[in-house]
Ligand binder design. Structure first.
Ligand SMILES: Nc1nc2c(ncn2[C@@H]2O[C@H](COP(=O)(O)OP(=O)(O)OP(=O)(O)O)[C@@H](O)[C@H]2O)c(=O)[nH]1
Ligand SMILES: [Mg+2]
Length: 476
């Protein structure tokens, strides 16, 4: 994993970062973000059993649990040789921790963040993030004092796995849950696992079927996909709870599967980082090519204007000398000054505005071959739509003339990276996992429309390979 991580860092540092700086593209992820430990975010309705599940995983009561809404903040639980706790202010101001970005959500949020260090074996593999239970609309209105969906989105974007818990009492998506699905979890369904927890509360199959049906119905409204998400029906065995009359083996197996997924977070992290760098490089290429091309066109328009003016004024001066009308020379000099003022202050700014307005057309022209290959067209246009507002803003504010056309070797290098090196890295990752008999992450295979354009479809190398490899699951 370390070897793969170093190669990803190398690609950012050597190729992508210099180009991003030159074309003022958004910054690549920081080294801190790239080095962060694998993270699993636990979300869900209040009292759905998130904290109980965390305690079960760690084999000790790290989090408090209870029937009333218990957690009102985010708890980051990570590995530490001795058990200690740090408050939010210390967490967000520590540059060695990847949580500085939380500061943007204000002091209220910071005071609702806590870091717990525990010497549990599992934490050497993943960092767990327990979250405040989501409540219904009426209670949420009284306010949390910080942008809850925004913070959830922040954590979810940086998590390698997001587990969303529901329980038999609240198998629905109303109030805050609905808001979080719409605002915070959109587009990240490939790393989301749905859990119907506390199934030991069901005393009959009929009750279970009703709750399961209600959950599916409600999820259908917030997850815009044709197929049903994989739902883990499970529970945590608790001594003080009455036993269910239903056979529990399948639910226990689902719990083991869930824990298996959690342990695969490091592999998922690498896989996510490969997807992330591919997406970044593709977008950077579009941004730089269009800005560079527009800047080049602006320069040739300027050269034409200047050349034409010099030719005209030179011709007039020569004619004045030849015909002995030297008195016309001051007039010609004045015309020269006016011509350059016109070019600099009227003609070029107008051309610049026109070129920026035609960015979409430039994009189409530059990619006409790629766009003709129909399979790529939609992906490519989607990517361009994503980057074009910023490309326009940069070109307007910074001035097109300050950019150069993208160099041929830079372009070749980027194409090699997105077309060969990164896909190769991914297949090496799969091969390495196969050789070590570790299971492949079940990711993204079902959201082809979200994959960056030149990314090949996932190699399904590990499907059913190796005795210890579980069957890949279709989450969405
Ligand atoms: N029967 C049963 N009860 C459970 C299970 N998991 C949790 N509980 C109980 O449900 C209640 C709520 O559990 P918590 O772990 O505090 O739930 P939470 O999701 O962390 O709640 P908030 O922090 O308020 O969002 C507690 O009384 C637990 O004992 C389970 O699998 N089965
Ligand atoms: Mg809790």
């Amino acid at each position: 994993m370390e070897k793969f991580a170093n190669r990803i860092r190398g690609y950012y540092e050597d190729t992508l970062d210099p180009l991003a700086t030159e074309f003022m593209f958004r910054r690549p992820p920081t080294m801190g973000e790239l080095r962060r430990p694998p993270q699993v975010l636990l979300l869900g309705n209040h009292s759905s059993g998130k904290s109980t599940f965390v305690n079960y995983l760690l084999g000790e009561d790290v989090q408090s649990t209870g029937v009333a809404p218990t957690d009102d903040g985010f708890t980051i639980i990570t590995y530490g040789a001795t058990a200690t706790e740090r408050d939010g202010a210390a967490v967000v101001s520590n540059p060695d921790l990847p949580y500085e970005g939380l500061r943007q959500f204000g002091g209220q949020l910071v005071s609702h963040v806590q870091l717990k260090l525990r010497p549990a074996e599992l934490l050497q593999t993943v960092t767990l993030i327990d979250s405040p239970g989501m409540i219904d609309a009426a209670k949420a209105e009284s306010g949390r004092g910080f942008d809850f969906p925004g913070v959830v989105r922040w954590f979810a974007e940086r998590a390698d796995l997001v587990m969303v818990f529901f329980d038999p009492d609240k198998p629905g998506t109303t109030g805050e849950t609905l808001q979080v699905f719409r605002e915070s979890l959109a587009g990240i369904d490939h790393k989301m696992l749905i859990v119907l927890n506390k199934v030991d509360q069901f005393q009959s199959l009929h009750d279970f079927a009703r709750a399961y049906g209600a959950l599916c119905w409600n999820l259908g409204k917030v997850i815009p996909r044709k197929d049903l998400p994989m739902i883990y029906n499970t529970f945590v065995p608790l001594a003080d709870k009455p036993k269910s009359r239903l056979p529990m083996e399948d639910f226990e197996k689902a719990r083991n599967d869930l824990i298996g997924e959690l342990r695969r977070a490091p592999t998922r992290r690498m896989d996510n980082q490969i997807t992330q760098i591919q997406a970044y490089a593709e977008r950077l290429r579009l941004h730089a090519m269009v800005i560079g091309e527009a800047a080049d066109r602006l320069r040739s328009v300027r050269a034409r204007w200047v050349g034409f003016s010099i030719l005209l004024l030179g011709g007039l001066s020569a004619a004045a000398f030849a015909t002995g009308m030297v008195v016309a020379l001051p007039g010609i000099a004045l015309a020269a000054v006016l011509a350059f003022v016109f070019i600099g202050y009227i003609a070029l700014p107008r051309t610049k505005r026109r070129l920026i307005a035609r960015f979409d057309q430039i994009f189409e022209e530059l990619h006409n071959r790629e766009l003709l290959l129909r399979e790529r067209a939609e992906d490519l246009r989607m990517m361009w739509e994503e980057v074009s507002p910023r490309a326009r803003e940069i070109a307007e504010k910074r001035g097109l003339q300050s950019f150069e056309k993208m160099r041929w070797d830079d372009r070749e290098h980027l194409e090699e990276l997105t077309g060969k090196l990164i896909p190769q890295l991914r297949s090496e990752l799969y091969n390495a996992m196969r050789d070590s008999d570790a299971p492949a992450p079940a990711l993204e295979q079902d959201r082809p429309e979200m994959l960056p354009a030149s990314e090949p479809r996932r190699p399904r190398l590990l499907q059913g390979v190796g005795s210890g490899t579980p069957k890949r699951k279709t989450f969405f």
